[in-house]
Design a protein around this ligand. Structure first.
Ligand code: ATP
Length: 235
């Protein structure tokens, strides 16, 4: 579905990504794990066209997208949930969700998706008229994911959804991510520092160090890999 071929991405003169190649197959949950500053967020930014690569190719469903603008990329069905959630704090839950659907015109589809989201996250239905900024951290993450779902993504990019959340809430969020992948046929690219939880729900994983991919394997093999255990699983 998505292929990155030898992409090199820079911030000014500083090279953040070196020859990064990876692929995401339709229907998969892929996780990209790595330490702080490894280049995980930059990889997502490159895919979305926010920080386009200086060289290399990004192909989505056979189409090169590395020279496209972000809004065109979103229209193709690639939607990102950014790190830190970034919901609209002074808008209500409903208004935040409406913003997610702003490119759509299929009223019936939007209504159905809203019902699905309220089934996934009943707490958001209860709080639909509450301002986003007054929600708890976990609820804000649920809202950020839901807002992205309202755009009906074919590929959902999640940047550290577990950041700053309590263990119980993290487990809930990861369960929901699995459910969205299974029930909604949404392909998921999950960037995480919480390698253990991410590898538990992913099909395959990539490890990134200093802007380079250093390992790729099935999630179960990575969970049992001695280097991964030492460096990322605290075992
Ligand atoms: P984290 O888990 O902390 O988000 P990460 O793996 O997502 O880390 P990136 O945020 O992609 O890492 O950062 C990769 C490298 O690029 C780091 O060295 C970082 O300092 C640098 N970098 C990131 N954003 C910028 C920017 N806007 N300007 C300059 N350098 C940046």
């Amino acid at each position: 579905m998505l292929k990155l071929k030898n992409i090199n991405t820079f911030y000014g003169n500083i090279q953040a990504l070196h020859d990064v190649s990876l692929e995401v197959k339709q229907g998969e949950i892929i996780t990209l794990i790595g330490a702080n500053g490894a280049g995980k967020t930059t990889t997502l930014m490159s895919i979305c066209g926010i920080v386009p690569p200086r060289s290399g190719e990004i192909i989505f469903e056979g189409k090169p997208i590395h020279q496209m603008k972000t809004d065109e990329i979103v229209k193709l069905g690639i939607v990102q949930v950014p790190e830190g959630r970034l919901i609209f704090p002074y808008m209500t839950v409903m208004e935040n969700l409406d913003m997610g659907a702003y490119l759509r015109k299929d009223k019936e589809g939007i209504k159905k998706d809203l019902e699905y989201i309220f089934e996934l996250f009943p707490i958001l239905a209860q709080r639909r008229n509450q301002q986003g900024g007054t929600l708890s951290g976990g609820e804000q993450q649920m809202l950020a994911i839901s807002r992205a779902l309202m755009a009906r993504p074919r590929l959902l990019l999640l940047d550290e959804p577990s950041l700053g959340l309590a263990p119980l809430v993290i487990r809930q969020i990861f369960e929901i991510i699995k459910k969205i992948n299974r029930e909604n046929n949404t392909t998921i690219f999950l960037v995480e520092q919480n390698a253990h939880q991410a590898l538990k729900i992913a099909h395959r994983g990539y490890v990134m160090e200093n802007g380079r991919i250093t390992l790729v394997d099935s999630a179960s093999n990575l969970l049992n890999n001695e280097e991964v255990k030492k460096a990322y699983l605290g075992l």
